[in-house]
Design a protein around this ligand. Structure first.
Ligand code: FES
Length: 111
């Protein structure tokens, strides 16, 4: 796992808000749901809606376009959707919020 700094502490979104950031060349949404921070992919797998306009309900992220729901814990879509979103591990450190990325076999081979 490789960790990259996403935000300074002061930039972390307030409770029940969503911020879009670019980390390690990927656009992510940093979501504060009841003061629990989650990092997800930024686009909805259904039809490409941007989660920055979404909101949280009962531990799920709601896409603003067609209101499909994704678990903020597992990334799984609600029953019947048959899809999922990527959830990235986060770590709050002294100097800010970090997001972890799995290292691919390709990166390991060449680093
Ligand atoms: S684009 Fe997200 S629910 Fe349709």
């Amino acid at each position: 796992m490789k960790w990259f700094k996403a935000l300074n502490k002061i930039q972390i979104p307030n409770s029940d808000s969503i911020k879009t950031v670019e980390v390690n060349g990927k656009q992510l949404c940093i979501i504060n749901n009841d003061n629990k921070i989650t990092a997800t992919q930024s686009y909805c797998p259904h039809a490409g809606g941007h989660f920055s306009g979404g909101w949280c309900k009962n531990g799920n992220l709601i896409c603003p376009i067609h209101r499909w729901e994704y678990s903020l814990t597992t990334g799984r879509g609600a029953e019947g959707q048959g899809d999922y979103i990527n959830i990235y591990p986060t770590e709050l450190r002294e100097d800010g919020l970090y997001v972890g990325f799995e290292e691919s076999w390709w990166n390991k081979l060449w680093s």
